[in-house]
Design a protein around this ligand. Structure first.
Ligand code: MG
Length: 172
């Protein structure tokens, strides 16, 4: 490594931010899994795995912050191993790789966007499940539910989207 490169690395701050986004269609007859919690509903999210839209956005955010690829590269959706997969397990495996690179979670902030179902009654359980997967405290996680104000496909209740932002840190 050149001296310039070494100096550059020395001065890289011990923080990394990551962003994740996902969207899944709502269909009848599927379990509605969001943030690792099965929400009782007559409809659920369509996808190859359990289609946990929030867990997927968070997985991309932590992988992105650590520059370790993305969920599609790690767990391809044409691979039969991930059919019906518990997305919390996928997040746990992604986090294992991120942590192995020396990163710890500072905080996670996420938004779940859709007209239905209402997620507020389930947020505390989601935080507990996600904190276990990310080896952090539930207090480091914030999850907000928003409607799409009846606008577009999300506003018609055809699907649910999620955005996630994480900050990772490591000892300098
Ligand atoms: Mg997804």
């Amino acid at each position: 490594m050149s001296d310039a490169r070494k100096t550059q690395r020395m001065h890289t701050p011990p923080f990394r931010v990551g962003i994740g986004y996902d969207v899944h269609a709502l269909v009848p007859g599927r379990p509605c899994v969001i943030g690792g919690v099965v929400i009782p509903a007559p409809f659920g999210l369509k996808g190859h795995s359990d289609a946990d839209v929030l867990a997927h956005a968070i997985t991309d955010a932590v992988l992105g912050a650590a520059a370790l690829g993305d969920i599609g590269a790690l767990f391809p959706d044409d691979d039969p191993r991930w059919q019906g997969a518990d997305s919390i397990m996928l997040l746990t495996e992604a986090w294992r790789r991120v942590a192995a690179s020396g990163w710890q979670l500072a905080n996670l902030d996420a938004v779940v966007i859709g007209e239905r179902p209402k997620i507020l009654p389930y947020v505390a359980t989601m935080k507990a499940r996600l904190a276990a997967a990310l080896d952090c405290l539930p207090e480091q996680i914030q999850i907000k539910g928003k409607t799409h104000e009846k606008l577009g496909a999300l506003g018609r209740g055809e699907g649910i989207a999620a955005h996630a932002v994480v900050l990772l840190w490591q000892m300098p």
